[in-house]
Design a protein. Sequence first.
Length: 103
Amino acid sequence: MKNIFKNLDFNADFEVVSDVFCGKKFRIERILSSKQTTKWLNQNSDEWVCLLRGKAKIKYKNGKIERLERGDTLFIPKNRWHKVVKTSKKCLWLCVFESTNGL
């Protein structure tokens, strides 16, 4: 992917996930959301997110809610239960995940 802001084909039914870069120690994804939510997630890798467009809310199992707007970043440690409970109509995420392949 040469330009993160090109080909923004948002879908009302599901998130659109594209790999931006995959390295030995991390993976970068671009995620397009359009009012989608997620189930509870408990990932086995650290995740850093940057919301490039839109607004979103992430809820943790302890009840804490993180509200994100354009330009906000968030670090989610591995094994921390969380879910996306709300996104705006056109939400653009850049997400960096720690590699889980043992390197």
